[in-house]
Design a protein around this ligand. Structure first.
Ligand code: URA
Length: 240
């Protein structure tokens, strides 16, 4: 037996939180009867419908996408801009991005229809390392690099410890490339960390998302995760 919201999230209809709302709104039926209690448990033999439509048991799929800049990390955009899902027209499952990268940020983004796993990965208590390559000007001083590593004061509090490495600096142009690994996932965190130190981010790319790297992918490319990678994701999120 499993909780109803979990079953709905697993079917790829909605995140766990949205599934709870669907239940509270009276849009979910079990064996024909509307159920509004969040604790309700169902078995595989129960017929669950949302707005009268049966949950189709979608195959769970997991994609690593190299998001180009100029693309929105959502399923729909009210201004008709290209979204990450537009790159997956060939995929029948209703996938959605796990978290987001800014419109102007490129890099590694996971898309799935597994609402349960997505919720775990996006929960603030889950700390997956995310590695960014930041093109910046002017060249950060060693004190600024130290601050990025030890913590920067933002309006929503100090940032946690991070790993920082100056990769390249061009003294003539006054630009540098910095590798930054953080495990928090606050909104626009990397841009805000640099901006707090009066450093201008010219380009931002997420090179790694946990153990998943962009190796072999070009902007706009995606690949399905290998079974062992899905297993590792499940394993790493098991206590979340
Ligand atoms: N930090 C940012 O500032 N932007 C992103 O897209 C990701 C992390």
């Amino acid at each position: 037996m499993e909780r109803l919201q979990k079953v709905i999230a697993r079917a790829g209809i909605a995140s766990r939180r949205k599934a709870e709302q669907l239940i509270l709104d009276g849009r979910v039926q079990v064996n024909g009867a509307t159920v509004k209690e969040l604790g309700t448990k169902v078995s595989v033999n129960d017929k669950v419908t949302v707005d009268g439509v049966p949950l189709d048991k979608e195959r769970l799929v997991y994609y690593l996408f190299y998001k180009p800049t100029g693309v929105i990390s959502s399923v729909k955009d009210d201004r008709s801009r290209t979204t990450v899902v537009d790159f997956f027209k060939h995929v029948p499952e209703r996938i959605f991005p796990v978290g987001r990268l800014d419109y102007d940020t490129s890099g590694a983004l996971l898309l799935t229809n597994d609402g349960e796993l997505a919720n775990k990965l996006m929960h603030p208590s889950f700390e997956f390392d995310k590695t960014y390559i930041v093109n910046v000007n002017p060249i950060p001083t060693s004190d600024q690099l130290r601050q990025l590593a030890t913590g920067v004061r933002l309006e929503d509090g100090m940032t946690a410890k991070a790993r920082v490495q100056l990769l390249i600096s061009d003294k003539e142009k006054g630009t540098a490339s910095v590798q930054l690994t953080i495990h928090e996932g606050r909104n626009r965190q990397v841009r805000r960390m640099f901006s707090a130190l009066h450093l201008h981010v010219r380009k931002l790319k997420r090179e790694r998302y946990g153990f998943l790297s962009l190796n072999g992918l070009h902007p706009g490319d995606s690949r399905e995760l290998k079974p062992h990678e899905v297993k590792t994701l499940m394993h790493e999120t098991r206590h979340s």
